[in-house]
Design a protein around this ligand. Sequence first.
Ligand code: UGA
Length: 432
Amino acid sequence: MRVAVVGAGPVGVASAVTAALGGHDVAVVEQRDDRRSCLAEGHLPFHEEALEHAWKALGSSVALRASLRDAESADLVVCCVGTPSLSDGSSDLSQVEGVATEMAGLPPAVFVVRSTVPPGTGTRLGVQLAATGHGYAAHPEFLQEGRALQDSVHPSRIVVGADEPWIHQRVFALYPGLSSPRLAVDIPTAELIKVAANAHLAMRISFINEMAVVAEHFGADIEVVAKGLGMDPRIGPSFLRAGLGYGGSCFPKDVRGLTALSRAVGSELRLLRAVIEVNLQQPVRLVDRLMTRLGSLRDRRVAIWGVAFKPGTDDVRESQAVRVAELLLERGARVVVHDPVVCAPGGLPPHVTWADGAIPALNGADAVVLATEWPEYRTVDPVTAVARMNGMHPLVVDGRNALCEREWVRAGADYQGMGRSQATTQPLGVGV
Ligand code: UGA
């Protein structure tokens, strides 16, 4: 098939690579010149290692175009443009609508929406596109940043929402030879599967973070609690890591987007509101902890390890690390940040100082906050780190429960985890 993929973000590039590997004739349509030049040189305009290798390996077999009109007429137009939040929490669909409008004058094709949109969007756009001879499919993606290629070529499931069986079949034909389960459903069902999946995962994170508050109070260890919970096959172990909470371009936006549908559906979506509330509270709780241990934060030097919203990406959108930096600055602290991959100040408050290494970030620091669990922070020698910091027992707040508590305590640090009992000296799960 001839496939035009619109939007060269992680979802667009992963979809294009997967379609090309499936033997299709693929063009990537990206309006930004800088992104097209970057792609033409074999690089991605974002950090995604495995996907970059796969892109490079495809060489010039994938065409790059500035608009849909410049692309060869396509069988499938795969829409992977952004749907950011508006100020009321609802999704800004203008980019998706723009691509749909651009299709009006083009030969008949199927408009395949991979962008995350609220339920109801496809039914409306489908009617508009049918009037100009196009089909419509809702085909949500379930890619995690940092593993976009893996999730794209081995999807957990392939969900296609459409009104007619031939449209389901045409979209499934994108994936010849893939054994992933396939689900042919109607359009609103496909849309809701996507946003409900993200809302469910976000709910698990807020749930475990709420349990961490209880664990701290009673001296329980949330890491072991999560392990014990996850052993129940009805619960499972994933997305139960307590910490600073969720960030990124998907969970915060999608949970807000669903909540914003309360009025449309005529019922307050209370559970989702609570999920958001708990998540907003996590950076505040962490900074309150620093206040409790240090007293005033005025002119205290605090290092933040990790700025990306999670390891494996350079994405700082809605990163909880950024919120921590803002709160610390508001309370008068001097903030030094380090991240192994993020080095541009975009998205961070202007008054932070950047360090060029994990250890240099600690020079004279009263406290360090681990905000993103990059593997390199686990390998930092606690004795060297503590020696660089200020005071006999400098504060180490492990916002992701990623460091070895015993080693840091032994090195003299005042180690504080999230929902972790100070008394824990055994390795996780041993003797429990
Ligand atoms: C998420 C979903 O996991 C993907 O399935 C989905 O396709 C994607 O959104 C999307 O809608 O496009 P992503 O935003 O890349 O993927 O990130 P996740 O790996 O899910 O992590 C999200 C946030 O939750 C991170 O800030 C992470 O640190 C946090 N998290 C995750 C926790 O705090 N605890 C956990 O146990 C897991």
